[in-house]
Design a protein. Structure first.
Length: 140
């Protein structure tokens, strides 16, 4: 479990414990917040394997087989959404665009890495430019 997330939950517990213990009749319910945060940190995740994608939410899970996936999109800087063959969408918790290289590696090649594709295209363009330069120098 990420240490930073646990630190945040600990700080939330500390911040809610002081008012809850000083006036338990009115603010005792604040102690529920760190428990909910702890469960959220433990539970919510997306697991990608070469066989399927498992999206675990606070309540419930979805197992999405790769055969039913047609694509991904990232609406308005939120979590990724997987588009299914029936045109429906499901969110992938904690998956953002910057995690796309890890998602591509975990998918076993089913998702392409746009960063690697851009680097490969740039390398091909550089090689083509060098070849054109070599041909121009031979013609002179």
């Amino acid at each position: 479990m990420p240490r930073l997330a646990l630190l945040g939950v600990g700080l939330l517990l500390f911040g809610t414990a002081l008012p809850a213990f000083s006036w338990p009749a009115a603010l005792g319910w604040l102690l529920i917040l760190p428990i909910v945060a702890f469960v959220w940190v433990l539970r919510v995740r997306t697991v990608v394997t070469p066989d399927a994608i498992t999206a675990r939410r606070f309540v419930g899970s979805d197992v999405i087989e790769w055969e039913s996936v047609t694509g991904l999109h990232f609406p308005d800087r939120r979590w990724a959404r997987v588009v299914l063959t029936d045109k429906s969408e499901k969110s992938l918790p904690l998956v953002r665009f910057d995690l796309l290289p890890q998602l591509a590696a975990a998918s076993g090649g089913r998702i392409t890495d746009p960063y690697a594709a851009a680097a490969a295209a740039e390398e091909r363009a550089r090689a083509d430019a060098e070849d054109d330069g070599d041909q121009a120098s031979k013609e002179e």
